[in-house]
Each structure stands twice: as C-alpha cells, then as structure tokens.
Design a protein around this ligand. Structure first.
Ligand code: GLU
Length: 467
C-alpha cells in the first residue's frame, strides 16, 4: 500500500511551532516515500474551533510551503459518517448507551481517588439496557482482557493492558462524536498508513487500536513525536516568546530558516545542521527521531536564519524587506535599490526585522549626531572638506557609484588631505555611525538629495556644537 500521512490540527488557535513540526515530519515522510499528504481540520469541538484559526493554520502551512494532496477535510462535515460507525459498533455489541448521571460519575471518581486508584469508568451501564429515549452517551466497550501491543515508529514497542483502559465516551449526550472515534474513522476512511503526531496523544493510541479492531479495520502504523521544550526545560508555550509560525514571519524569519530549524527539533542526520528542502526529503527517517523531548533554542534558529538570509537571492528578499520597512513607516518603493541594500547589509542581520532596523538609515536622516564616531568625526576641521565635497557631489552628472567614488577621490586630492579626513565625516554625516558598506555605495543608496541634506545638517551640527 502506498504511503499516506496526514496532519490533523484542531482549529483552536494559530499554527504553533509544535504543530508545524508535526506537519513537517508527516509531510516529509509522505514526500520521501512518494506518498500522499492529507490535511484534516479536527473541528468537532464547536465551542473552541474558529474559522480564524482554520485560516491561521492554512496560512502557516502555505508560508512553510507544506503542500497537501488532499483536503482540507473538515470533521464537522462528516458527522453522518461518524454516526454510521457508532451505530455499527452498537449493533455489533461493541458500544452501548450509558445514562450514568454526573453525580454518580463524580462520586465514583472521588471514591477511586480516595482509594488511590486511577479514576476510570466502572462499566456500570454495560448491561443496563438504557433506552434510546432517555438522555445518554454512547461508550465504546473496551476489551477487559489481554493487552494492546504496537510498535511505535519512534518510541519502539509499547504494550498497555486492557484493564488500564476504561469504556470511552464516543458520542456525547448532544449527539456529537468525540475525538477518539472521529480520528479512527477518518484515518481509516482516508487510508492513512502512518499516523504521525505529538506524543500527547500516545495514551489515546491503545484505545484507538481497540476501535480499529472492533470495526475489523487494519491498524495503521503510529509515530509519536516527543514534545518541544522551551530553553528553560518547561513545555514550550507563549511564555517563551513567539510560538505561532506566522509570528516568526512577522519577526523576519524566512520559511527556509524555520523549516530547517524545525526539522532538527528532534531529528538528526549525523551532525549535519543545514538541510535544503530536497535534502530533508531525501534524508528524513522516522528511526532517527529522538525519543527524548527537544529543547527550543532561539540562538540556533537565528544562526540558521542568518544563513538563509545570506543564501537567498537579493531580488527575492527585496519585497520582504519592503514589508518590514513598512513596519518602520518607511515606504521603500524601488525594489532594485532594496535588493542592493540586502546585498550591502545582510552579513550583519539574522532576521529581516534586524535587516530593516540596521538599514533604516538609508531612508531616514540621522536624528542629530549623538554616536561616538560622530563625536570624533564631526569636528570643526571637517567643515571645509564637507563643504567642498557637498558642492562637487551636487554637480555630479550621474549619481552612480563610480562617479561618486571619483568625486570623493578628486576632493581629497584637491584639498591635499588624507582620504579619511573627508571620508570619515562624510560617512558619519550620512549614517551617524550606523554600520554601512563602501562609501560610494552608501551615498549611492542614500540618494543625492538625502546625501546633500545630511551633509548640510552635519555642517550645522558642527557649527552649533564644536567649541
Ligand atoms: N487534533 C489533534 C490535535 O490537534 C491531533 C489528533 C491526531 O493527530 O491524531 O492535537
């Protein structure tokens, strides 16, 4: 049978890092084996599921370019099918009506807790013959004997005794089916061959296997991925900063960087750190997934992201940088200029937000000259060279790198001063000390009008401040 995996998020929030990692591993497994990948939205919890969340999940999947071959399927559209299976289980004598009151169940739980037993349903209604007319839930009749065994593709052999498992509710009083039932019906109907999911579901798996068997269905393979911890060792949560995939986009991470980071969260291939999408597909094996939880490490993510910022084509990054500039109220319209800014600055940035921050000076005049280098360079003896250069730059026929370079060289020669005596104050006038590339490139990218204005501002600054 050809491989078919799925990602089955509940739309009760954004696509978070843990979910994205699960989606990635499922997707990789399908792609590696030339199989299919299904997206299923598990929206049966009507109170907590929202369209906004569905949209956020789809947006996150699209940003990471985790494409699916089937779906998205919505569980809320499949209630008839779930009811059909529940009715079949009842007919087979594998499920039954239960009318135990909340009080009875609460008392039972209390008694069990007092006796230091694991709270579980005691099977009271198994033989009670509850009428369909009275309020009831449907429970799955879990086998009482033997055990459930399966070989988890990550965790290895697992065996759970049936007397650990109680009779699970599969249909609520309001008629809605529950997760453990819907997931089994869907994974069967959608012909899923490997169920790859977070290990928070591992306790559900033996119950689900019992349901497959009750229906006479073949059981898929399971792979439970260890959870992700924050760098403090606690389960990754909002407390640790960004956890939503789209928040990473907002913070200036590239999908390639985040994907590469995610693939290494719990999976390894020797000591290799960098993986292109193709390499991930080629090399991914569930057998190389760690059993132990993996810890989130923002430094490593930043390192990877810096790598992909350096690798990307400047033309591809230009429109992304443009968006991040908008966040700084900078309207940068010339994509060719933006591509050159990317090239000039990217060695110094590990996110696009940083890249925009350290490149803002191309568009914004310095707000005064308060930097240390400004204090050194903007002194009285700089006025003459600056004035000379300003005049020459204003007259330049073409505002291009080469003529700018020549113009500065000519000014230095005419003034008979060292290059730095002009270059330093000129650069500082334009940048106030922000890290910048070659002087001619810096001036070219800042543009003539802004360069001249900034030189004027710097001269005024010196006049007002130099003693
Ligand atoms: N809907 C479940 C969740 O979001 C996943 C269920 C599964 O993968 O089996 O946690």
């Amino acid at each position: 049978m050809s491989v078919k995996t799925r990602f089955a998020p509940s739309p009760t929030g954004y696509l978070h890092v843990g979910g994205a990692r699960t989606a990635l591993f499922s997707w990789l497994y399908a792609r590696k084996h030339g199989g299919q990948f299904v997206l299923r939205i598990e929206d049966t919890d009507l109170e907590r599921s929202t369209q906004e969340s569905v949209d956020a999940i789809l947006e996150g999947m699209q940003w990471l370019d985790l494409d699916y071959d089937e779906g998205p399927f919505y569980q809320t559209k499949r209630f008839d099918r779930y009811n059909e299976v529940i009715d079949q289980l009842i007919e087979k004598g594998m499920a039954y009506r239960c009318s135990c009151s909340k009080e009875r169940l609460d008392n039972l739980r209390e008694e069990q807790m007092a006796a230091k037993q694991k709270p579980r349903y005691d099977g009271h209604c198994r033989h009670a013959d509850v009428s369909a007319d009275e309020p009831h839930v449907i429970r799955f009749l879990n086998p009482t004997e033997g055990s459930v065994k399966f070989k988890d593709l990550v965790k290895g052999d697992i065996e759970v005794s049936n007397n650990e498992l109680d009779d699970l509710i599969i249909r609520r009083t309001d008629g809605s089916p529950t997760y453990n039932l819907t997931v089994v019906v869907d994974d069967h109907d959608m012909e899923i061959t490997q169920v790859i999911r977070g290990d928070d579901h591992i306790n559900n798996t033996p119950r689900q296997i019992n349901m497959y068997q009750a229906m006479g269905w073949s059981v898929p393979e399971f792979a439970h991925l260890p959870m992700i911890l924050g760098d403090d060792g606690a389960r990754l949560s909002k407390r640790h900063g960004a956890v939503s995939v789209m928040q990473y986009a907002d913070e200036g991470y590239l999908p390639e960087g985040l994907l590469n980071y995610l693939v290494r969260l719990g999976w390894s291939h020797g000591d290799q750190e960098l993986f292109s999408r193709e390499e991930m597909i080629q090399l991914f094996e569930l057998t190389n997934v760690n059993r132990a939880p993996s810890a989130f490490n923002t430094e490593k993510l930043n390192w990877l992201n810096a790598h992909y910022i350096k690798e990307a084509s400047p033309a591809d990054l230009a429109p992304l940088l443009q968006k991040h500039f908008q966040q700084l109220d900078i309207e940068a319209t010339d994509l060719a200029v933006l591509a050159q800014i990317v090239e000039a600055q990217r060695e110094r940035a590990s996110t696009l937000v940083e890249l925009a921050d350290i490149s803002a000076f191309y568009f914004n005049d310095p707000e005064g000259y308060s930097s240390k280098p400004a204090k050194k360079a903007l002194v009285e003896e700089a006025i003459a060279p600056l004035t000379h250069a300003r005049k020459a730059l204003a007259q330049l026929a073409a505002w291009e790198r080469e003529p700018i370079h020549q113009c500065v060289a000519d000014a230095v020669a005419a003034l008979e001063i060292g290059f730095g005596k002009l270059a330093m104050p000129l650069r500082i006038s334009v940048t106030d000390g922000a890290p910048s590339p070659d002087l001619d490139l810096t001036l070219f990218l800042v543009g003539r009008e802004a360069t001249l204005r900034r030189i004027d501002n710097a001269i005024v600054f010196i006049q007002e401040n130099a003693s």
